[in-house]
Structure formats: C-alpha cells, structure tokens
Design a protein around this ligand. Structure first.
Ligand code: MN
Length: 246
C-alpha cells in the first residue's frame, strides 16, 4: 500500500470513528493534508461520514479546486479545510462538525473552557467565530475562501474555534490527535453544561488552571491518544493499524 493509500485508509477510519462517537452525524467532515504535496489536501466527496469508503476521497488544491473529482460532488464547506491548511503549515488534519453539545456556547456568550483534565487539549479559551460580523445574513455555510480565511483569523494559533449557530472547526497535528481533540471537545462541553447546573446550587465552578492546562499539553502525545484510537477503531469496526502515519 502506498503512503497516499495508507493516509486515505486512516482518513476513512477517522470518518467512521467520528460518526460512531456521534461527533458527526449525516454532515460534517474530516480532511488531511496530502502526504506528498503540502499544497493539497484529501477530503471525501459529499457523503455522510459513516458511509465513506476510500473511493470517496478527493484531492483538493488549497483554494478548494478539486483535482480528481470526476463525477463525485464535493462538500460545499471544503473551504474551511483549505483556509486552515493554507494559514497553518503545521496543521495536518482539520475537522468541521455540527456537534450539538457545542451550539449553546456559540450563541449565549458562555465561555467554553477546559474543565476535565483531558479537555485541556481544546485550549485555554475557545473563541467563537460569527459569520454575521463580516458577511451579514447568510445561510451560515462557509462556501468560499473569503469566509474560510475570516474563520481562520478567529482560530488564530489555537486548535478549536466555535462557529456561532453552526458548529466548530478543529485542527490537529495528525488525524488521531485531531479526532481525539474533537471527541474531548464534545465531552468537555457536556460536562461543563452539567456542572453549570449544579453550580447554581453550590455557587462553585472551577475550571482547569493555566498551569494545569500547560502541564497536560506536555502529555498530549501518542501515549494519550493511541489507547483511545485503538478502542475507537474497534467500536467503529475498523482495523487498528498501529502507529499513526501522519
Ligand atoms: Mn457546516
């Protein structure tokens, strides 16, 4: 199997895991930078993540132009991926999701912050991008590079940005780290909402300290995500292929 074929298999596994863990439903997507050409990325044709096969993966230029789509129809929001890869050379994987647990944080102004120790991987303060600020009344979809690049301004050097009334964008150094982050983002959002309700009774709500977040960032390594990845592969009925390829 070639390097590109291996990455495509890993990307299919990423899609299946995100579907199985209910981060993506019929919508949302995960991409990876092309292993042989850093100016291109790999992303499925427009299809529900749980159904995606290797044959669905299309190669794109950074500006969203499909290189080899043929009759396959691309996702409308592929610009999220190209804009992040374009601005952040160290990013190798991008996930765009509509995970329901995140939506309330994007519309209420209540700050999503790490609360559980593993949740430190989402970053200290998760910013919210509001498409209306620059683009006015739209259908909220990121359908061109101008919108994608504006989202990236909000993402900055972080790895998570919420999208008001829509979902989120998650970046990572490889597919496994990025999937890990997207799943922990959902876990942390649900825990935070639960704790917020209890805090109304106790008057207490303590997030991770800056020092605790920094300490946890040091152990965001394969040691942290490989155990989870192997488990998630089994749950998604996909083979576990050992160490990450990218
Ligand atoms: Mn979307």
């Amino acid at each position: 199997m070639s390097k590109v074929q291996e990455i495509i298999e890993e990307l299919v596994t990423g899609n299946r895991i995100l579907a199985r863990e209910e981060i993506l439903d019929s919508f949302g997507h995960i991409s990876v930078r092309h292993p042989e050409n850093p100016n291109r990325y790999l992303l499925s044709r427009a299809r529900a993540p749980d159904l995606i096969e290797a044959e669905d993966i299309i190669t794109f230029e950074m500006d969203g132009t499909a290189v080899d789509a043929g009759e396959r129809k691309p996702y409308l929001e592929r610009y999220i991926h190209g804009a992040i890869f374009e601005a952040r050379p160290e990013v190798q994987c991008v996930i765009h999701s509509h995970t329901g647990s995140l939506l309330p944080f994007g519309v209420t102004g209540w700050q999503l912050k790490p609360m559980a120790h593993v949740g430190a991987c989402i970053g200290r303060d998760v910013p919210v991008w509001d498409s209306e600020d620059k683009f006015g009344d739209t259908d909220l979809l990121v359908v061109n590079m101008s919108m994608g690049r504006d989202l990236v301004k909000t993402l900055g050097s972080g790895n998570v940005a919420l999208m008001r009334g829509h979902g989120c964008a998650v970046a990572g150094a490889n597919i496994r780290e990025c999937v890990f982050r997207a799943i922990q983002l959902d876990v942390n959002a649900r825990l935070q909402k639960e704790a917020l309700g209890m805090s109304q009774l106790t008057g207490k709500l303590k997030f991770l300290t800056d020092g605790e977040i920094k300490a946890w960032e040091k152990i965001l390594t394969p040691y942290s995500w490989e155990r989870a990845w192997e488990n998630w592969c089994k749950r998604a009925n996909r083979p576990y292929l050992g160490q990450p390829m990218i």
